[in-house]
Design a protein around this ligand. Structure first.
Ligand code: G16
Length: 544
């Protein structure tokens, strides 16, 4: 062993956000910046010696450098083995699957998810615990506290890079480094959940699909499963080569950033099924021909039809959604007679419910859907779920969703993102909103009567932990809602997210353009929160 101690000083601002620590690449490139965070993590894991860690990332710029740094630090900190994805690549759901299958102690995932990459883009790091899921707040907070007092970190004296591209096992200062196939274990897991024969037959019958993996981590997984195991024609997966800068794209599958896919899914010659995944392949977007499915509806449709998919044929235990996600899934849970849970934004809040077997499916409005097969949201899994439904029912994406609305009613839904607001202005806007809450309840705004106004607080039903100030909610009679919160994943200024929802039971009213159906709520949100005035912006940058 030739560990060496390097003295360092704390960096301000290393508190993880909604999903790990995300900063500009240039911030992470500062000497000791990554090392401080990693050592702080290791310091709060006192029983780490001899343990197995999983390591990989979404392949963005700085991924390989960071993997080498972390390998040396893991060796110097006494880990017994690190399982690293080939080339340093592991999608977030695949990392979760590997942690679980190989019974690892935990894992480090290098990703800034849907944020842009490249030398001027973003980088990120997060820690997942032994259940395969994101570390809960008590751990991320402990890491942060440690970053504020750190004085030294451990690394190896030898700074030579390891070969990450050849599968197999080597040692580094007594620690075993196992370079694993990034895709194989995940692809095996998918085959235990879905009807691969039915999906193969769907492609063989001439149905066509376009899967856009946005030059990010999802490419190799989608190619192996769709074009490999399922026999989809070559070219079904587009933008399938992971690139360090995602080809200059913003790998965020939503109507603002997946414009190429939406254009390809428009018109008579379009494929039958369209989908996209994000930077680290945990998000998904679902489309039919001339038809875009909202993530909230996607979760609800999946839940309603789950028993048609082999892995869920026994039925669902419960459904969880993040608070700003529409209530469409609650209606399904009610019809199925199973519990539904409303958690704060952040996949980490689903972990306890999944571990306690209280829920089977989870979803978020931010294009995240997943199940108890891993402890992360899973982009390709969601796409295969839909594909399995198309194959099992013979229906189209649009007819499945319209049938759902006819049965359960339609939850019109949209999110407006006001990006790049100076942090002080955004904080002042939220403070002003919170200050108004006591006076708002019971007020009427045109046809809308406010039933309740609060700042969402969540008590975890499993461990009793409380997470407060999770978003301001305006709840109206009839089920309409407006929710305001600040994003916890951005790296520049603040992003105000305004979530808008209105329930419509009458099928004759299910064809309105979404922004028109929500127009009175959009106006009300601006009036109550004085968004234009206090943000200094004239319009939202992204509308989903
Ligand atoms: C992360 C979290 C999600 C959350 C999303 C947006 O996703 O895992 O639970 O919904 O961020 O969070 P915010 O509204 O705070 O920006 P990802 O895909 O970025 O890891």
């Amino acid at each position: 062993m030739s560990a060496t101690t390097v003295t360092t000083q704390p960096f301000a601002g290393q508190r993880p956000g909604t999903s790990g620590l995300r900063k500009k690449v240039t911030v992470f490139q500062q000497p000791h910046y990554l090392e401080n965070f990693v050592q702080s993590l290791f310091d709060i894991l006192p029983d780490r010696v001899g343990q197995t860690l999983v390591l990989g990332g979404d392949g963005r710029f700085h991924n390989r450098v960071a993997v080498q740094t972390i390998l040396r630090m893991a060796a110097a900190n006494g880990f017994g083995r690190v399982l690293v994805g080939q080339g340093g690549l592991l999608s977030t759901p695949a990392a979760s699957a590997v942690i679980r299958k190989r019974a690892a102690y935990g894992g480090i995932i290098l990703s800034a998810s849907h944020n842009p990459g490249g030398p001027d883009g973003d980088f990120g790091i997060k820690y997942n615990i032994g259940n395969g899921g994101p570390a809960p707040e008590k751990i991320t907070e402990a890491i942060y506290q440690r970053t504020t007092e750190i004085t030294a970190y451990q690394t190896t004296a030898d700074t030579a890079d390891l070969d990450l591209d050849t599968l197999g096992t080597t040692t580094l200062d007594g620690m075993v480094v196992e370079v694993i196939d990034s895709v194989a274990l995940y692809a095996d897991l998918m085959q235990t959940l879905f009807d691969f024969d039915a999906m193969r037959a769907w492609f063989a019958a001439g149905n066509r699909m376009r899967m856009d993996t946005m030059c990010a981590a999802g490419g190799p997984y989608a190619k192996a499963v769709l074009e490999g195991l399922l026999g989809a024609p070559a070219g079904t997966v587009v933008n399938g080569e992971p690139l360090e800068d995602f080809g200059g794209h913003h790998p965020d599958p939503n109507p603002a950033h997946a414009t190429e896919l939406i254009a390809a899914m428009t018109g008579a010659g379009a494929p039958d099924f369209g989908a996209a995944s994000d930077g680290d392949a945990d998000r998904n977007m679902i489309l039919g021909r001339d038809f875009v499915v909202t993530p909230s509806d996607s979760l609800a449709v999946m839940a309603a039809h789950a028993t048609k998919v082999p892995g869920y044929a026994a039925g669902l235990k419960g459904i969880a959604r993040s608070m700003p996600t529409s209530c469409a899934a609650d209606a399904v849970a009610k019809a199925l007679g199973i519990p539904s849970y409303e958690t704060p934004t952040g996949w980490k809040f689903f972990g306890n419910l999944l571990d306690a077997d209280r829920v089977t499916l989870c979803g978020e409005e931010s294009y995240g859907t997943g199940s108890d097969h891993v402890r992360e949201k899973d982009g390709l899994w969601a796409v295969l779920f839909w594909l399995n439904l198309l194959a099992a029912t013979g229906e189209s994406v649009e007819s499945l969703v319209r049938g759902h609305w006819a049965r359960f009613g339609r939850h019109y839904y949209s999110r407006h993102d006001w990006e790049g607001i100076p942090t002080e202005r955004a904080d002042a806007l939220m403070a002003a909103l919170r200050a108004q809450l006591p006076a708002l309840a019971g007020q009427s705004f045109g046809a809308l009567t406010l039933q309740m106004a609060d700042d969402f607080s969540y008590t975890d039903p499993v461990d009793g932990s409380v997470s407060s100030r999770q978003g301001v909610r305006l709840l109206f009679e009839g089920g309409a809602r407006v929710v305001f919160r600040l994003s916890g994943t951005g790296t520049e200024g603040a992003t105000l997210r305004v979530y808008l929802e209105r329930y419509e039971a009458d099928p004759a009213q299910h064809d309105q353009p979404t922004q028109e159906a929500l127009a009175d709520l959009i106006q009300l949100a601006d009036r109550v929160a004085r968004i234009r005035e206090l943000s200094g912006q004239s319009a939202p940058a992204v509308i989903t």
